[in-house]
Design a protein around this ligand. Structure first.
Ligand code: MG
Length: 382
């Protein structure tokens, strides 16, 4: 029986995690629930799992007894008695301190959130074993691409890997010429062809910043250098990612786009079991097509990749600047084509080569956010 705490339990990944847990009550015990808002969704969960500890960013929800309330927030919830595994599906970098605390106290972490590694990959890395199989057992990817790579790597030696190849749907604008994108609206960008997701990650999928963040995530998960982490366009989202080996062999992991599969694998590893994810036989799949990812068509992707390679504090800057840029785009203050230049300017302004400590990560994040919001005339945060 694995005791699981779900951070971000009312978001899309959180809800799908609860589906997986609900379907296998003999394997998983839900021991903690945390959400940004203590509204109706969280309250319903606290009634369904009356033994679980609870935390919400906006205060103790009505009807939740003080006995269950985790005053110490995500960190206390993640390290509470009975927690074996923390599933992190919060937004932004809010869960970074809790992830560090969970790893430090021997918990396993299933990570559905990229920002934790984009901003604090170097801090997480310091707490993980070098051997890749134990490393991935402690820090388990939930992102579909990284789960695919993890599944392909099982039984292999990391030194035999030529390249990891992340698949990208290419977003809604993959067939449009870049000059055409000046006046795309938030509604255009929010129409993602295959995955149903929140607005921030959907815009990040249109700019492919999401894919560049996934390269950063891959670097820290698998401890491989950036030149070994490639990306390819694959509009169907059936091949979730591939690994190329030094002998020329490729392995891929395939399935319908349904996040309950990678979520469940992160919970059940090293075993597999039947679960709620949708299944369809290969005869029903669309033909598998691949195309090169041309970085000149995706300038924000190129900007994030080159800043990430330079390392230092740049992941923190990119994460904060991208959140402001996307909020600015959704609010009409930044054109779609203004996102990449905003990221580049931020990296030029704050980038240094030294890796920041946790308190410096938090300070830099706040500084970048506040300055850039003022620059583009956005008022309150979130
Ligand atoms: Mg992904």
């Amino acid at each position: 029986m694995t005791g699981i705490a779900v951070l971000g339990s009312t978001g899309s990944i959180g809800l799908q995690t609860l589906d997986v847990i609900r379907a296998a009550p003999n394997r998983y015990r839900l021991v903690g629930l945390a959400a940004g808002h203590g509204g109706g969704a969280l309250q319903a969960q606290t009634r369904e799992w009356p033994e679980a500890s609870v935390w919400a960013a906006d205060g103790r929800p009505e009807g939740v007894s003080p006995r269950r309330w985790m005053d110490g927030g995500l960190e206390e919830l993640s390290t509470a008695d009975g927690v074996d595994l923390v599933l992190v599906a919060t937004t932004g970098m809010t869960a970074l301190p809790a992830v560090l605390a969970a790893l430090r106290t021997g918990r396993r972490v299933a990570l559905a959130n990229k920002e934790t590694l984009v901003t604090g990959g170097h801090l997480v890395d310091a707490l993980l074993p070098a051997d890749w199989e134990s490393r991935l057992d402690r820090l388990r990817p939930v992102d579909s691409e990284h789960s695919a790579i993890w599944q392909c790597l099982r039984g292999e030696r990391l030194e035999d890997v030529e390249r990891l190849i992340l698949t990208a749907s290419g977003g809604p604008f993959r067939d449009r010429i870049p000059a055409d994108l000046v006046d795309v609206t938030p509604a255009d960008a929010l129409a993602h062809p295959t995955w149903q997701m929140g607005p921030k990650i959907t815009i990040d999928s249109a700019t492919l910043v999401n894919k560049a963040f996934e390269a950063i995530e891959a670097k820290w998960l698998y401890d491989l250098p950036y030149p070994k982490i490639a990306a390819v366009l694959h509009p169907g989202s059936v091949v979730h990612s591939l690994v190329e080996f030094v002998d020329g062999s490729f392995k891929a992991q395939l399935g319908l786009p349904d996040m309950r599969l990678p979520i469940q694998f992160a919970l059940s590893y090293p075993e597999r079991h039947a679960g709620p994810a949708r299944v369809a036989a290969p005869e029903s799949w669309d033909p598998l097509t691949f195309a090169p990812l041309d970085p000149t068509r995706y300038p924000a992707y190129a900007a994030v990749r080159s800043a990430a390679e330079a390392g230092g504090n740049r992941g923190v800057i990119l994460n904060a600047a991208d959140e402001v840029a996307v909020a600015g785009f959704l609010g009409g203050a930044v054109p779609f084509t203004g996102i990449a230049p905003l990221l580049e300017r931020a990296v030029d302004r704050w980038g240094v080569d030294a890796e920041p400590a946790l308190n410096q990560v938090i300070e830099l994040d706040a500084e970048v956010r506040t300055s850039l919001r003022a620059d583009i005339g956005l008022k309150e945060d979130r």
